[in-house]
Design a protein around this ligand. Structure first.
Ligand code: SF4
Length: 198
């Protein structure tokens, strides 16, 4: 069960006009503030910039937050930065959830502010619900054997094995048939250059 003393902070990013141009971020902030478990919701112009990160850290201290939701861009862009940010304010870095209201909303719902805002609210609502179930995680370093196994010696498997080997890893290429090459090896010539397939 989620802890009873949930204090979630939601940080809604404008991304300049990238998000705010399509989504009513003021309305989104107000909506987020009333979601279950949310202690505070803040709107930033650029959340990943230093002032935005400082605002997150300040809110963690001032509101005694124990979960953070950042409603901004794809986690592939800044999730690592926001993890560092909340860790800098004393929270476990895994007590962070991202709501992607840019690639999943503002950029793909142009010209209909009402629909985009409604969708952004749903995305944030889901992220806040997920945040209820976040728990602190520890990172461990475990020694591994520096080798990879590629299963299947077709064209994709051969290329994967070559790429891994080029990257300096030992590779085991496993193929159930007597020879590698897969379907490609059964062809005579390949289009468009009519070259030998092997
Ligand atoms: S956090 Fe993402 S959405 Fe917000 S300003 Fe930075 S790049 Fe834009």
């Amino acid at each position: 069960m989620p802890p009873e003393n949930l204090r979630i902070g939601v940080f809604v990013c404008d991304c300049g006009s990238n998000i705010a141009g399509a989504v009513d971020t003021q309305a989104l902030r107000a909506y987020a503030e009333n979601l279950p478990g949310v202690a505070v919701a803040v709107r930033n112009k650029y959340t990943c910039a230093d002032p935005g990160q400082q605002e997150i850290q300040r809110a963690i201290y001032e509101h005694n937050l124990n979960r953070v939701v950042v409603a901004s861009c794809s986690p592939t862009s800044y999730e690592a930065i926001f993890r560092q940010c909340i860790e800098g304010a004393g929270l476990n870095p895994y007590l962070l959830e991202m709501a992607n209201i840019r690639e999943h909303c503002s950029w793909v719902t142009p010209g209909d502010r009402e629909a985009a805002t409604r969708k952004a609210k749903d995305i944030v609502k889901v992220a806040v619900a997920r945040a209820h179930w976040l728990y602190p995680q520890d990172e461990e370093q475990i020694p591994v054997t520096d080798a990879a196994m590629v299963i299947g010696g077709g064209v994709a498997g051969i290329q994967a094995a070559l790429d891994l080997a080029d990257a300096g890893h030992k590779v085991y290429l496993v193929e159930k048939k007597a020879s590698i090459g897969g379907i490609m090896a059964q062809l005579d010539k390949v289009y468009p250059d009519i070259e030998c397939s092997i």
